[in-house]
Design a protein around this ligand. Structure first.
Ligand code: NAD
Ligand code: GLY
Length: 366
């Protein structure tokens, strides 16, 4: 059953993000696309192992032929080295320009499948069917598709929008607890960027509400999609405003890379990075102490990682490898207030180091 729908509208694209209870309705939606020769479901065996039978049942309700292509789970498999094999699988299956890719999984599958769709035969259509909270609230929306190369994450990619996003929320029932943190960190980020009622209402929720109260979960996803799609609609290709979605990411990327992508998943690293960004916001843009306390309380209620465990000097060094570097300064997304983000804020190395040291020394356990 369809629960809600929001249109993502930009220059040259419009598509719906639909929240559904389960897979019912996916076939009909797929059938509404013109002239599909074949649907290729790109997923991992882990996800397929739990949900394939339900998805197959639904896909059989349409007359569209379909088959499955599997990617190994995990960030390290969202890699350029895996791409060639999938192209070959598509060629061997006679996939033509009317084929459609269904990205069925979390952000790893979504980014990878989107990259395949953007490049196979110069671009074929694709659909996002997100199964993690992070993918529902963030990666399935906005058209950033990418793969990693040995020297960096998401270094090869495109802006390539899906035909539609179909989020079957029942799949979140099997999501491991660690993965909830990843999605909830992005929910917190969106609520900071938006301020207002979204932040207030999320602040009154505790983590268990997201598992136990379907209306809390739905509200958080719908509001996150609203915030993200409004930004993407104004600046699809990140020539400016879209950068605000990177709040928390400068520190996040640095600690992910310095711990060799083993200790933190993307969302957990962003969560720690949000705290650094809030501290810098206080120092540089006058973000108030009471707002800082409110933001931290929300993160603690959601049981998100907040503590910086890595050495500040190493974090800074890894930030400097990041694409946002600029001489003796780095650029950050910071907040003047909830709902008032600023991108491209220049911060000197010594200030960053001081703030990272402050972050590391803080007792953030409530
Ligand atoms: P993920 O895709 O690796 O999924 C996390 C784990 O959960 C995996 O082991 C997966 O197999 C498992 N899983 C997925 N759905 C499940 C379910 N319903 N039940 C049980 N297990 C399930 O991780 P993620 O957090 O969804 O995505 C992270 C990726 O997203 C990163 O590569 C990041 O760069 C990317 N990302 C992209 C964007 C974007 O705009 N394109 C935004 C944010 C993050
Ligand atoms: N996750 C950041 C973006 O989509 O721009």
């Amino acid at each position: 059953m369809k629960l809600s729908e929001r249109k993502v509208v930009g220059s040259g694209f419009v598509y719906p993000v639909e929240l559904h209870e389960d897979f019912v309705g996916l076939s009909e939606k797929l059938g509404s696309l013109k002239k599909i020769s074949h649907a290729f479901v790109l997923t991992s065996r882990e996800i397929a192992g739990i949900y394939e039978k339900y998805l197959i049942k639904e896909l059989k309700a349409s007359s569209i032929p379909f088959s499955f292509i599997y990617l190994k789970a995990g960030e390290k498999n969202k890699h350029i080295d895996r791409v060639k094999k999938v192209y070959h699988q598509l060629i061997e299956a006679d996939a033509d320009r009317n084929a459609v890719i269904i990205a069925f999984g979390g952000g790893v599958v979504g980014d990878f499948a989107g990259f395949i769709a953007a490049t196979y035969q110069r671009g074929i259509r694709f659909i996002q069917v997100p199964t993690t909270l992070l993918a529902c609230v963030d990666s399935s929306v906005g058209g950033k598709v990418a793969v990693n190369v040995d020297s960096g994450k998401n270094m090869v990619g495109a802006f390539y929008q899906p035909e539609f996003v179909f989020a079957p929320l029942f799949t979140l029932s099997t999501l491991p607890k660690k993965e909830w943190s990843c999605g909830l960190a992005e929910v917190a980020k969106h609520s900071f960027l938006d301020g207002g009622d979204f932040f207030e209402r999320i602040s009154n929720s505790k983590r268990a509400d997201f598992y136990e109260k379907s209306e809390t979960l739905r509200y958080a996803i719908e509001e996150s999609v609203r915030v993200k799609s409004s930004i993407v609609s104004q600046d699809e290709k990140e020539s400016g405003l879209r950068a605000v979605l990177n709040l928390g990411h400068t520190t996040g990327h640095a600690i992910e890379s310095l711990t060799l992508y083993k200790k933190y998943s993307h969302g957990e690293a962003v969560s720690v990075g949000l705290v650094t960004a809030l501290l810098l916001s206080k120092e540089i843009l006058g973000f108030s102490d009471s707002n800082f306390q409110k933001a931290i309380s929300l993160m603690l209620q959601l049981e998100l990682p907040t503590v910086l465990e890595e050495k500040p000097e190493l974090v800074l060094k890894h930030m400097e490898h990041d694409k946002k570097k600029d001489g003796n300064t780095l650029k950050f997304v910071l907040l003047e207030d909830f709902g008032k983000p600023k991108f491209g804020v220049t911060v000197e190395r010594k200030t960053i180091l001081e703030i990272l040291k402050r972050h590391k020394g803080m007792n953030l356990n409530g």
